[in-house]
Design a protein around this ligand. Structure first.
Ligand SMILES: [Fe+2]
Ligand SMILES: [Zn+2]
Length: 445
């Protein structure tokens, strides 16, 4: 069993002091994506929440809060750092019951009715935060110090682009000796078990669940512990054999190379679950490849190919059933997709079988594209990166389809599988609510 990554319950942002070291850890690129020079070649640093928030203000010294030029409020922290907030920004972010619904977490304030030149009439410090009375409608606002510290933008005290939760751990086939796994009973009976399962998926990109009753009903219940099942043109919960029930190679007994599913959706499916219910033949082993690990290797060995596969859009489609002709919007998406601000790799989209005609390439891109594709394929098919496991009735596999590629060996005999897709956002929402305190989540908004 793997040493589990700790659950990120203490996901409070790190503010040990407003030290230069912390400021240096802020991403270099914080300008809007439009103005950025893409730099896929710089390794993303491991930036994660680590320690508890310590937002301290000397409240005995009321001069710690002051109004400057009416247009800004200055707040001096105990270590001497001063945060500057625009008056309008503060009024717009008032979280009093009139301005913010504490249950729905939605704004009630009408931003467009706030005078653009609104000013504080008075500012003062209480034990928990900053109090402001405004010159418009005598409105009173209270801002907790922890919230002000967390969202300070001048200067930025906390990295606003910190990745959530425990750091991801990339892997090669040596993970086979110690696979992430949880027990069905734990997942079904407690939120702690469910949190551990979801955190395995967050950290490793996949997890097994053992001791699952060998029925479609139990498997469906397991999938629904995370969220509702995502329906697609293949249906909702699937229960399938190799009878070409749909016009897709998944419904045959052919070997399948490592791929991600639904590259042809605007929003590819987030999680995929498989459960073998019955097999009376040979083969059909499961292949898993960590796309993030392979991307890291590609970047080290072939930086130009990495850059190219991060930029060239690949058109894809699903059109195997007569009534279906699915293509994504935008029509073309790169294989390696990055967060435009942090440049972190966020999604691998790769199914060479679903690739449409590449008629949009510039003539000079054609050879470069195939070179890069071959480099990528070499990494993806390198024996060291292939995790082969045997499907077993009672042992469910679930994986992150935005990170892990999957495939299988050819098989004989009658084979019955069931499984389901989950939306990315709904999986992440469930993971977040189970692994982070409600107070922390509310403060992050
Ligand atoms: Fe697939
Ligand atoms: Zn208010």
């Amino acid at each position: 069993m793997l040493q589990r990554a700790p659950l990120s319950t203490a996901a409070a942002p790190s503010i040990p002091s407003r030290s230069q070291a912390l400021l240096r850890s802020l991403p270099r690129q914080t300008r809007p994506a439009l103005f950025q020079t893409p730099n896929y070649l710089s390794h993303a640093t491991h930036r994660h929440y680590s320690t508890e928030l310590k937002a301290q203000v000397d409240i005995k010294d009321q001069s710690s809060a002051s109004v400057v030029d009416s247009s800004k409020v200055h707040l001096r922290w105990k270590d001497g750092t001063t945060s500057r907030f625009h008056s309008f920004w503060l009024r717009d972010h008032c979280h009093c019951p009139e301005c913010y619904h504490s249950v729905t977490k939605q704004r009630l304030v009408n931003t467009f009715k706030i005078p653009r030149d609104i000013k504080p009439k008075s500012v003062s410090l209480s034990s928990t935060g900053l109090d402001i009375t405004w010159d418009h409608e005598n409105h009173k606002s209270h801002y907790p110090f922890t919230w002000l510290n967390r969202h300070s933008y001048d200067p930025k005290i906390t990295d606003p682009y910190l990745p959530e939760g425990a750091p991801k751990k990339t892997w090669d086939n040596s993970i086979a000796s110690d696979l992430p796994e949880v027990a069905y009973k734990d997942v079904m009976e407690s939120d702690k078990g469910l949190a551990e399962w979801l955190n395995n998926i967050h950290v490793y990109g996949f997890s097994f669940v053992s001791g699952v009753p060998v029925t479609t009903e139990a498997t469906e219940e397991l999938a629904k512990r995370i969220s509702f099942i995502r329906e697609t043109h293949y249906g909702g919960f699937w229960d399938f054999t190799s009878d070409l029930g749909h016009g897709d190679t998944a419904y045959t007994d052919l070997a399948l190379g490592a791929h991600t599913d639904t590259t042809y959706f605007t929003d590819p499916v987030g999680l995929q679950m498989f459960h073998l219910l019955h097999h009376d033949g040979e083969g059909g082993h499961n292949l898993m490849v960590d796309g993030f690990h392979c991307a890291k290797i590609l970047k080290e060995r072939h930086p130009a190919s990495y850059k190219l596969l991060s930029e060239i859009g690949i058109p894809s489609h699903s059109a195997g059933d007569l009534s279906t002709h699915i293509v994504p919007s935008p029509r073309r998406n790169p294989i390696l997709n990055h967060d435009p601000v942090t440049q972190d790799l966020v999604q691998v989209r790769f199914n060479n079988d679903d690739r449409s005609t590449m008629g949009h390439l510039e003539p000079h891109q054609v050879d470069a594209f195939y070179e890069a594709l071959f480099d990528w394929n070499r990494v993806l098919t390198d024996e060291k990166n292939l995790l082969w496991t045997k499907f077993q009735p009672g042992r469910v596999l679930i994986f992150d389809n935005w990170r892990c590629l999957h495939g299988r060996s050819a098989f004989t005999g009658k084979r019955r599988m069931c499984g389901a897709y989950t939306n990315w956002d709904d999986y992440r929402s469930r993971w977040r609510t189970l692994n982070t305190s409600a107070k922390q989540l509310a403060e992050d908004l």
